[in-house]
Design a protein around this ligand. Structure first.
Ligand SMILES: Cc1cc2nc3c(=O)[nH]c(=O)nc-3n(C[C@H](O)[C@H](O)[C@H](O)COP(=O)(O)OP(=O)(O)OC[C@H]3O[C@@H](n4cnc5c(N)ncnc54)[C@H](O)[C@@H]3O)c2cc1C
Length: 504
């Protein structure tokens, strides 16, 4: 048995994957999860037997190790679902990924022609600046397509103008998608024809993503790694050169110190910095406070209709309603809806913690959701039976103009504490999917066991995003620094498979 003892903060995908990896290395550990459910943002919420996601969580990865682990943990309860999603804009539904005839019909020949001209103009007179999301999209798609398919939705998601969002975000999330690839896809891969691509189907646990994380929890607990629920890590103890343990507040209010040789943190990096004991220098604290987040709330509506529409989800670009996306959970898995005569929808609102929507009463949000759905013509009046509201703070780490300078300061500080391992989405302030979180956690544990991965490099190097990059597992950097890097994995989902990005 190893002489190490690892404290893991968070029972989401990253924390539980870290615990799973510890079991493979024979390293003892303990997980602290402040909530009463596991899964973090990838949890499944259950109310009166209705199950729903925070958003909809597709299981999609190009990293074979992650995919194999999902299958190993969930076995036959992993179902393959057909994907159908559309964009609602200007009173019309556009299939997404685009279908040529549908797009032409909706835009009209004249407007489609203008889009092509504006694309050509953007290619000839490229903007000199490529700093902002707007620059990136206009340079790649032209002004008119930017206005039709990117601007309104992206601004709903982030709550800031596209001119203030860094181009890196677009590059990361929709890299590889060009106008031509979208058009070629629309023309040559109509629905139902040929190979089923990853775009047209995805995997999903039959009872929602939380089921995966419950299986992980049962597995690691059976192997001797306890998962303490409703247990908030309130301090991370450190001294120059290392962390020494954490203090956790248990559900009965008692605080207990746990010594650790290593701490893996998946809590938001901003909170990690604020909870370091003794407090960090003013510069480091300021960098932590400077990070921004977008928060999220979902209104789940139980609708008295057996079938509403075929989409798994619909992006709502139209600015006349506040909601940003609609999930139809029955189309993710019929088992999520206990009464087959009803449907359950998830209405997604992108908000800031403490803003008007966030502070609205649940009944007001349910009424707003119903009103907006009727306005969009997606449900009939008086068909909503009941609703539930779930608020998720810090759902999205924001890539604003200053975030990378803050991260530079924080990394410099954290690099001097090599036994503190920040991993995961908010843990590293990276706009990532589950597979990235899992991968960073796996690599951190391998580092604890003597490997030398640069976990920060996962998903930041351009080559990780390259279309068609190999699916094989990662490798450590070669000692000579020959550029082998961390490998050739490409965990970034296809541009078209992106779940949150501007859907154009
Ligand atoms: C709307 C939406 C849709 C998404 N769709 C997809 C999708 O389709 N596919 C996909 O793969 N990914 C999707 N994602 C991304 C996915 O949710 C995240 O990548 C993933 O959950 C990140 O895992 P994590 O463990 O890094 O962090 P989290 O899920 O944030 O987990 C962190 C955990 O740490 C706990 N914690 C925090 N502070 C403390 C503390 N002080 N003490 C103890 N515990 C603490 C939290 O309670 C939480 O459980 C989506 C995200 C959103 C917001």
């Amino acid at each position: 048995m190893s002489d190490k003892q690892v404290a893991i903060i968070g029972g989401g995908p990253a924390g539980l994957t870290a615990a799973h990896e510890l079991t493979k290395h024979g390293i003892p550990g303990v997980v602290f999860e402040k909530d009463d459910v596991v899964g973090g943002i990838s949890r499944t919420v259950e109310r009166d037997g209705y199950r729903f996601d925070i958003g909809g969580h597709r299981f999609f990865t190009k990293v074979s190790e992650v995919e194999d682990l999902w299958h190993e943990m969930i076995g036959d309860d992993f179902i393959t679902r057909p994907r159908l999603s559309r964009i609602y804009y200007d009173g019309k539904f556009f299939y997404y990924p685009l279908r040529a005839m549908n797009a032409l019909r909706n835009l009209g020949i004249f407007e489609a022609g203008l889009c092509v001209l504006s694309y050509m103009k953007a290619k000839i007179f490229k903007r000199k600046s490529n700093e902002s999301f707007e620059d990136y999209i206009v340079n790649n798609f032209g002004e008119r397509l930017y206005k039709h398919f990117f601007k309104t939705y992206t601004e709903k998601v982030w709550g800031i103008p596209c001119t203030e969002i860094r181009a890196e975000w677009a590059a990361q999330r929709i890299q590889g998608l060009s106008l031509w690839s979208a058009v070629i896809n629309a023309v040559f891969k109509p629905k139902g024809q040929g190979i089923k691509t990853l775009i047209e189907q995805f995997e999903y646990p039959v009872l929602g993503p939380g089921m995966m994380w419950e299986k992980f929890t049962a597995f690691v607990e059976a192997k001797g790694i306890p998962v303490h629920m409703e247990t908030d890590v309130v301090k991370i103890h450190w001294e120059p050169g290392k962390v020494t343990g954490v203090t956790a507040r248990h559900p009965d209010g008692t605080e207990k110190r746990y010594d650790a040789t290593d701490v893996i943190s998946t809590m938001p990096i901003q909170e990690l910095i604020a909870k370091l004991d003794p407090p960090v220098s003013a510069d480091v604290a300021k960098a932590g406070q400077g990070l921004k987040y977008r928060d999220f709330l979902t209104v789940a509506l139980v609708v008295n209709e057996e079938h509403l529409f075929d989409d798994n989800w619909i992006y709502v670009h139209s600015p006349e309603v506040k909601l940003g996306r609609i999930q139809n959970f029955k189309n993710w898995s019929p088992a999520l809806v206990p009464d087959p005569s009803k449907s359950c929808l998830g209405l997604e609102y992108f908000v800031f913690e403490g803003d008007e929507l966030w502070n609205s009463k649940d009944e007001e949000l349910i009424a707003l959701g119903e009103k907006e759905m009727v306005k969009l013509g997606l449900i009939k009046e008086n068909t909503v039976e009941k609703g539930y509201v779930v608020r998720i703070p810090k759902a999205y780490p924001t890539y604003d103009a200053d975030y990378s300078s803050h991260i530079t300061v924080l990394r410099e500080f954290l690099d001097a504490l090599p036994n503190l391992h920040p991993v995961g989405r908010n843990g590293m302030h990276k706009y990532n999917n589950q597979d990235h979180s899992m991968l960073t956690a796996m690599l951190a544990v391998r580092n604890i066991d003597g490997a030398n991965f640069d976990v920060w490099e996962v998903n930041v190097e351009d080559e990780y995003h390259e279309a068609g990059a190999s699916k094989s597992a990662f490798s450590e950097p070669s000692p000579e620094g020959s550029g082998n890097g961390h490998g050739d994995m490409a965990p970034e989902p296809d541009a078209e498979a992106d779940e949150e990005a501007a859907s154009g």
